[in-house]
Design a protein around this ligand. Structure first.
Ligand code: PEP
Length: 279
């Protein structure tokens, strides 16, 4: 008889979205301070914890111009860098655009796709988001797809319909084999950059729904896909999300700009990762 298979344990991801912030000098200073915390924290770990944390992921999404200058420091500290957006085009007469393969060339490992600020301010439709995700995966990057409802949609009882539409359109061309390079972030639009973080119970329900839809689309490979929460996360409220078994981390905007605060959140993420993988 086949032994029952172990449930797949997903790594915890703690990600910073710097949005349109940080000069080159500010970013380098942020990195120096954060890496000093990181080195000190990691030095205090037992060899077993250090081994288990090799799969814990710290991600930073700076503006494109900062990726190359930060690359060496990030590589040494095992921090993965990503682009906040990429073009839906590959090459050609598209003034101002930057292609997924170009951001990979300067050292990005990840790209965000479908951030609510891109959808809301720049009018990106689900179809555009799908094209961008395709470019990201074709370029060999890891893609983090963001989904979430507006307040109006939530109040109208349309949250599940919106999440299903966003997921099924964006993931239409994605092969189950791509699941290992995919991550999702549930970011209710009304919680992003507003200081009004979503109640963890509401997030648990939305995350369970998202996991179900993902499984319908990708089958059993859906279990490889980490799901993060984003929306006014800070060191005080993060743990309330990290303890949810449907979630695998957080995407943090405003509160990630302070390297000390981000370190506090990375420490919480690392502790939850260790608990997940120990025993
Ligand atoms: C974000 O930018 O993805 C985000 C969640 O921002 P904030 O943490 O500032 O709400």
């Amino acid at each position: 008889m086949k032994p029952p298979s172990q449930p797949f344990r997903r790594s915890v991801h703690i990600a910073a979205n710097w949005k349109l912030n940080q000069s080159r000098a500010e970013a380098a200073a942020w990195m120096r301070e954060f890496v000093a915390h990181l080195r000190q924290g990691w030095d205090e770990l037992s060899p077993e914890s250090a081994r288990l944390l090799q799969t814990f992921r710290i991600l930073i999404f700076p503006t494109l111009t900062l990726i190359e200058p930060l690359q060496e420091m990030a590589r040494r500290a095992r921090i993965e860098l990503g682009a906040q957006d990429v073009s839906r085009f590959e090459r050609g007469a598209y003034t101002g655009e930057v292609a997924a393969w170009q951001v990979r060339e300067v050292g990005a490992v990840w790209a965000l796709v479908g951030h609510s600020e891109r959808r809301r301010i720049f009018g990106e439709s689900d179809e555009v988001v799908a094209e961008k995700l395709g470019r990201v995966l074709d370029a060999g990057l890891r893609g983090m797809l963001l989904v979430g409802e507006t307040l109006k949609e939530r109040e109208a009882g349309r949250t599940e319909e919106v999440l299903r539409r966003q997921l099924s359109t964006a993931l239409e061309g994605v092969e189950p084999a791509d699941a290992i390079r995919l991550a999702l972030a549930y970011e209710p639009v009304w919680a992003v950059g507003t200081g009004r973080n979503a109640d963890p119970e509401l997030v648990r329900e939305a995350a369970a729904f998202i996991r179900g839809v993902l499984e319908e689309i990708l089958g059993e490979d859906a279990r490889f896909v980490p799901l993060l929460y984003g929306g006014s996360v800070n060191p005080e409220n993060l743990l309330g999300y990290l303890v949810l078994e449907q979630l695998d981390g957080a995407l943090i905007g405003g509160a990630s700009l302070d390297p000390g605060d981000f370190w506090e959140m990375v420490k919480l993420g690392a502790a939850v990762h260790l608990r997940r993988f120990q025993g």
